[in-house]
Design a protein around this ligand. Structure first.
Ligand code: SF4
Length: 452
C-alpha cells in the first residue's frame, strides 16, 4: 500500500505538468497548449516515459521475462540460426506478412510449408502466382502473398538480391511493406534500434500509460510510435520488440490480462489506477488533470471500474462492412470412373481474391428473389457452357455467409448436375474440372471451401 501511495503521489504531482521531451510528430517546437488546441505539441508527462532510469528498468524486466518465457516459434528459430543477413531478413519478412491479421497457431503450418518450398528470396521470385495462391489458400487476405512475391522479384531483379538494411529503406523500396513490417525486419534481422507498433503493442503501451483516446487517431498513433522508439532496447532491439508483442499476445491480452504475472506491472499506470479505484485512501481521478488532454479517454466515456485495466485502449471506431450478395453455382459432372468433378473458374488478376479459383459466381443486385437469381445465374453460366440453360435445372441449396475484412458476403448457393461432357469456353476466363481432392489442393478461398 505504501508503494501505491507513492505512485499516486507521483501521478498527482504530475497532474498539470506537461512533458518537455517527446512530442507529437517529432516536433519539439511550439507552445504546449494554444487556445485550448493541441497541435504538434508536447504531451502530458503522465502519459509518457520521460525517466531514463524507469526506461532502463522496464527494458531489463521485459527482456529477462522474454528470455525465460518466449514461445518457440519457427521464424524465431530460423532467424536465430541464420548467419546470412538477407536470408534472415527474408525469414522474418515472410513471418511478419503471414502474421498480419492472422493467429500464430494458424500461421505456423503455412510458414513451415512456405519456407520449405521457397527457402530464399530467389526461390520465391521464381515461383508463379498460381503456386503462391495455392500455398496461401485458406490463410486469407490473399493480396499479402501476391505482394510478397512481387516484392521478392523486385529485390532479386532490381536490388541484386540484397534486402534494404534500414526500416526507412525497407518501407520505401518494398511494395506491401509498411512501417510496422519494416521496423520488425530491421530490428530483428539487422539490429536497428527502431520501435514497432502493432495491435499488441498498442494495447500494452496504452495500458502502461493510461492512453484512452481513440488509438487510431493521429495524435495517439504518433505518440505510440515515439514511445516505442524511445523504449526499444539499444543493444537488443529485435528481442525487445518481440518481447513487447509477446507480452501483449500472452499476458496483457485484450479481455483477461494476467496483471499478477506481468513483468512490467510496476510501470503500469492502468494497473495502479485499478488498484486506486479499490482503495479508499486515494481519490479516484477521471483523467490526467490536463484540461482537454488529447490522450485521455473522451469525457463522454469515463473510467468504468468494472472494466479495470481493460478500460485501455479505447477501441477504434470500426467502419461497418459492406453488405454484398453473390450467386454461385456448383456445377457437377461425372468424371472418369464415375467420380464427381466440379467446374472452377479463375478470378481476375486484380481486386478481391485476385487470381483465385471459384465456382462460377456473379454479384446479385439487392432484392432479387430466387427465380430472378436463377435467371441471371443461368445466363451467366451459358458463357462457359456455350449452350442455353433452363432455370428449372438449377437447384437452390442454401446460403453461406463469409466475412471478409470489409465485406459481409452472402453466397446464394445453387447446384447443377450435368449429364455427359460439356465443352468449356475458356476464352473469357480460365476454367477447369476438378475432383474434390483437386479442388482442396487448388488456390481457392475459404469461402469457396465452405460453399462446397
Ligand atoms: Fe497489461 Fe496488466 Fe501488465 Fe499493465 S500490469 S501491462 S495491464 S498485463
Amino acid at each position: 500500500m505504501r508503494r501505491l501511495r507513492a505512485a499516486a503521489a507521483r501521478g498527482l504531482r504530475r497532474r498539470g505538468s506537461v512533458s518537455a521531451a517527446p512530442t507529437v510528430g517529432g516536433s519539439r517546437k511550439g507552445a504546449s497548449l494554444r487556445g485550448g488546441a493541441w497541435d504538434s505539441v508536447r504531451l502530458p508527462a503522465v502519459h509518457l516515459f520521460g525517466d531514463p532510469i524507469e526506461i532502463e528498468a522496464l527494458r531489463g524486466r521485459l527482456l529477462a521475462w522474454y528470455d525465460k518465457s518466449r514461445r518457440d516459434l519457427p521464424w524465431r528459430t530460423l532467424a536465430a540460426a541464420e548467419p546470412d543477413a538477407d536470408r534472415r531478413a527474408y525469414a522474418v519478412w515472410v513471418s511478419e506478412i503471414m502474421l498480419q491479421q492472422t493467429q500464430v497457431a494458424t500461421v505456423i503450418d503455412y510458414y513451415n510449408r512456405w519456407m520449405q518450398k521457397w527457402p530464399t528470396l530467389q526461390a520465391l521470385a521464381a515461383a508463379s502466382l498460381e503456386e503462391v495462391n495455392e500455398l496461401w489458400s485458406g490463410l486469407g487476405y490473399y493480396s499479402r502473398g501476391k505482394r510478397l512475391q512481387e516484392a521478392a522479384k523486385k529485390v532479386v531483379s532490381e536490388l541484386s538480391g540484397r534486402m534494404p538494411r534500414t526500416a526507412k529503406d525497407l518501407q520505401k523500396l518494398l511494395p506491401g511493406v509498411g512501417r510496422y513490417t519494416a521496423g520488425a525486419i530491421a530490428s530483428i534481422s539487422f539490429g536497428q534500434a527502431t520501435g514497432v507498433v502493432d495491435g499488441n503493442v498498442i494495447r500494452v503501451l496504452c495500458r502502461l500509460r493510461c492512453i484512452g483516446a481513440d488509438s487510431s487517431s493521429l495524435t495517439v498513433t504518433d505518440c505510440l510510435w515515439n514511445m516505442a522508439d524511445a523504449l526499444v532496447d539499444r543493444s537488443r532491439p529485435g528481442d525487445f520488440n518481440q518481447a513487447l508483442m509477446e507480452l501483449g499476445a500472452t499476458v496483457c491480452t485484450p479481455k483477461s490480462p494476467l496483471c499478477g504475472e506481468c513483468p512490467v506491472k510496476e510501470h503500469c499506470h492502468a494497473r495502479h489506477r485499478k488498484l486506486f479505484a479499490k482503495s479508499t485512501l486515494v481519490p479516484d481521478v477521471e483523467d490526467c488533470g490536463i484540461g482537454g488532454c488529447p490522450l485521455c479517454p473522451p469525457a463522454a466515456e469515463p473510467w468504468d471500474s468494472s472494466l479495470g485495466v481493460t478500460n485501455f485502449p479505447r477501441k477504434a471506431v470500426k467502419k461497418q462492412p459492406r453488405v454484398e450478395r453473390t450467386a454461385t453455382c456448383v456445377l457437377e459432372r461425372r468424371g472418369r470412373l464415375g467420380t464427381p468433378e466440379y467446374l472452377i473458374v479463375q478470378r481476375p488478376s486484380s481486386g478481391l481474391l485476385a487470381g483465385l479459383w471459384e465456382f462460377p459466381s456473379l454479384p446479385l443486385a439487392p432484392g432479387l428473389q430466387e427465380e430472378q437469381q436463377k435467371e441471371v445465374l443461368a445466363e451467366h453460366l451459358q458463357a462457359w457452357m456455350g449452350r442455353p440453360l433452363q432455370t428449372q435445372s438449377l437447384c437452390f441449396v442454401g446460403e453461406v455467409v463469409h466475412i471478409f475484412s470489409h465485406i459481409h458476403q452472402t453466397y446464394a448457393v445453387y447446384s447443377l448436375c450435368l449429364d455427359g461432357d460439356v465443352a468449356l469456353d475458356t476464352a473469357s476466363s480460365p476454367s477447369r474440372w476438378v475432383t474434390e481432392e483437386e479442388f482442396r489442393a487448388s488456390a481457392v478461398s475459404t469461402a469457396m471451401k465452405k460453399v462446397l
